[in-house]
Write a protein that binds this ligand. Structure first.
Ligand code: NAD
Length: 500
């Protein structure tokens, strides 16, 4: 593989602390409205991925810690669920206000813990605020089937009730935003929750608890930090949790769904993706390349909907590859303190860095070509050069598996049927995009693609009003929109015999 690196150097920022000591949240569990130590005394290290140094550590929670949190959540859920939607809405609006008020420190903590550029963290904060505001309104508009008579002398009323106590497990790529995507609809629908953040990125979730502790009734929102197999597994198996929701990898999703089976718990899964980007010959190629600069590389490509797998018509493949490479060449790679023009940060951890580097090594062995990038960058920190891989045969590992880094593959196709077939030949089904100026094709092709979101002449544009979630290996359940509120509630049919 001939690597043409954009840069061999990572731009380093100042040594000034991104977050002062007194801005950290308490490094404890948050249970029943208070920060508390766990039962074990074990701790999990939290590392700065931009330099590999230890930031702090948080409690390694136990099944016993989860049990204490679930008891608090169960007690709190009744009164919370009985509030009117308007009363819950007022609380969620206060949460949004607090996040906005503390947006600066939340963004700096997020960048410290994930290495992402500050602008990306500020986007996450703004997105979280909007999710709480949307859910505050949408919770008031939640309805069910109107009452009616469907059997002689019987009136049916459909009630919509909270699901109960919800276990939530979040990933490391958007720690605050993915927590907000769950907490807001779960609370708006009248549930309480126990949340386990990723063991790698717990800081903004704990900070959120600190800044909203006096806004929410005690026990409605609880956090237990710790590992997947200990804390996450208990959330999936606990008999008094009604629903478990996970955003994470396919393997974790399978483990959670299997563990939840014993208690016949409802399961909500937002898992990985490998989004195909289908570029027809009539597309505005420059616009595609410019859009993919963001859609493929945002958050260093650690994005479940990333535009990471391009399928381009063979007649325009060379021209398009040149345009995309030019876009990628302009990236500045660096740590969050290295300036406002840094757009690519490190990968989140050494383990993930090694995983992505392994994909690049194997791609090289398999004969793929790096049109740009193709290798790790110098440490300290876990940086990989933004990469475009060409000469990608059908079924290549790099185009089939979720790499979750700043890596795009480009394959070619010769006709529409082949493009659709190849796009669907993936175990994932989260997102895809179609690029064409043909009006009929822009309706027809999305219908034939098996993905939960299909963009036309766009990619990675999200809004709180519309659902987000996958098909196939990408899981089931919907985040955002009124559909998330439906997922986190249950219907009850009350039938009244009024025969006289
Ligand atoms: P991960 O699966 O390693 O971890 C996610 C969470 O699951 C963590 O909190 C982890 O501790 C927990 N976990 C791990 N094993 C578990 C188990 N056996 N039981 C219970 N919990 C367990 O995922 P990650 O590496 O943190 O995040 C990256 C993945 O998340 C990618 O695959 C990405 O596509 C996916 N993701 C999907 C979406 C979406 O909306 N579909 C959004 C963001 C991330």
């Amino acid at each position: 593989m001939n690597a043409t690196l954009t840069t061999t150097a990572v731009r380093r920022g100042s040594d000034a602390e991104l977050v002062a000591k007194d801005e950290f949240p308490p490094l404890q569990h948050f249970i029943d409205g208070a920060f508390v130590d766990g039962e074990s005394g074990g701790r999990t290290p939290v590392v700065n991925p931009a330099n590999g140094r230890l930031i702090c550590d948080v409690p390694e929670g136990t099944a016993g810690d989860v049990d204490v949190a679930v008891t608090a959540a169960r007690r709190a859920q009744g009164p919370w669920g009985e509030l009117t939607p308007a009363e819950r809405s007022a609380v969620l609006l206060s949460v949004a206000e607090r996040i906005e008020e503390h947006g600066d420190v939340l963004a700096r903590l997020e960048s410290l813990n994930t290495g992402k550029p500050l602008a990306t963290s500020l986007d996450d904060v703004a997105g979280s605020v909007d999710t709480f505001r949307f859910m505050a309104g949408a919770g008031r508009a939640l309805t069910s089937l109107a009452a009616g008579d469907y059997a002689a002398d019987h009136t049916s009323v459909i009630l919509r009730e909270p699901a109960g106590v919800v276990g939530v497990i979040t990933p490391w790529n958007y720690p605050l935003l993915m927590a907000a995507w769950k907490i807001a609809p779960v609370l708006a629908a009248g549930n309480s929750l126990v949340l386990k953040p990723s063991e790698q990125t717990p800081l903004t979730t704990l900070k959120l608890a600190e800044i909203i502790a006096d806004v929410l009734p005690a026990g409605v929102f609880n956090i237990v930090t710790g590992l997947g197999p200990g804390v996450g597994e208990r959330l999936a198996t606990h008999p008094d949790i009604d629903l478990v929701a996970l955003t994470g990898s396919v393997n974790s999703g399978k483990a959670v769904a299997a563990a939840a089976g014993d208690t016949v718990k409802r399961v909500h899964l937002e898992l990985g993706g490998k989004a195909p980007v289908v570029v027809f010959a009539d597309a505005d190629l420059a616009a595609v390349a410019e859009s993919l600069r963001t859609a493929a590389f945002y958050n260093s490509g650690q994005e479940c909907g990333a535009a990471c797998r391009v399928l381009v018509h063979e007649s325009v493949a060379e021209e398009f590859t040149g345009l995309l490479v030019e876009q990628v060449r302009s990236f500045v790679v660096g740590d969050p303190t290295a300036g406002d023009d840094v757009e690519i940060g490190p990968l989140v951890s050494e383990a993930h860095f090694n995983r992505v580097a392994g994909f690049l090594e194997r791609a090289k062995k398999d004969g793929l070509t790096a049109a740009i990038g193709g290798a790790p960058l110098d440490g300290p920190g876990f940086f990989i050069a933004p990469t475009v891989l060409t000469n990608v045969p059908a079924g290549a590992e790099a185009s089939q598996n979720e790499i979750f880094g700043p890596v795009v593959t480009i394959e070619t196709f010769s006709d529409e049927d082949e493009a659709i077939k190849r796009s669907n030949e993936t175990p994932y089904g989260l997102a895809a995009s179609v690029w064409t100026r043909d009006a009929a094709r822009s309706i027809d092709v999305p219908r034939k693609l098996h993905f939960g979101t299909v963009w036309v002449n766009s990619h990675l544009v999200l809004a709180n009003e519309v659902p987000w979630g996958g098909f196939k290996g990408s899981g089931y359940g919907r985040d955002l929109s009124i559909y998330a509120l439906e997922d986190f509630s249950r219907t009850k049919h009350v039938m009244i015999n009024h025969a006289r």
